[in-house]
Design a protein around this ligand. Sequence first.
Ligand code: HH2
Length: 285
Amino acid sequence: MTGAARQQTEKTLRCGRFELALTRPLIMGIVNVTPDSFSDGGRYLAAEAAIAHAREQIAEGADILDIGGESTRPGAVPVDAKQELARVLPVIEALAGAAIPLSIDTMKADVIRAAIAAGVSVVNDVNALRGEGTLEACAQSDVAVCLMHMLGEPRTMQENPHYRDVVAEVKGFLAERSQAARQAGIEHERIVLDPGFGFGKTREHNLTLLRRLHEFSELGYPVLAGLSRKSVLGKITGQEVVARLPASVAAAVIAAQRGAHILRVHDVRATRDALAILRAVEGQA
Ligand code: HH2
């Protein structure tokens, strides 16, 4: 299943000066420069701490680093572009010469433009480039874009989410957003899609999306899965956010087996080792 699902999509992801082969699942390390992220809020708020954490993730085998200055956890308080940039720009500038692509996790056009100017190669938008000017800001450059599904907005998204058919509806949304990106001039090989685990989804919705993740590869784009430390894992295991490493690694492996091309994780080394076992068993070591 892993190989088959992956082969249906593009073989490479074009992002700025980088071209990433999609022949094995890639690891996107999370660098949160926020006071309130759900799992590591406040830990890396100081730029130096975030930069050191990012360098550690590169040494551990991250393929991409995703830098975020605004929490999107349920109920999170929005920040303005100025504040977000003050958090992320020093980190991007310090890492811009890294050997791997940097991604900016944002929903704002001003942040996208400044981050691209500072050297990011990927724009990861949990709002799927629906915000004013965001599509244009990406189309005018050569960055890759990650388009994610979210029901509602972070403040209210976990208040009784409802779908008739969660896979069909999320797929329909991602098909529409990838079409919009293409029409704006973003080429096929610069687009990644993400079902958005935890963004307006119940435990059952998340489990259905993971169980049927391979169906998202039918859209013809690489698929990103972000399950690391999320509350669905806590609901199943009963573990607090700090104790969700084993569950996160299991979820990453399951996502990879179901065709995920990129895994967005907090714990790079553990995920890398687990994926190495999967590849060895599949005879692709
Ligand atoms: N999840 C989070 C943030 N950004 N981007 C994508 N593409 N997919 C995801 O699943 C995703 C994401 C939430 O996780 P985290 O960054 O750890 O927390 P917070 O939003 O509280 O900073």
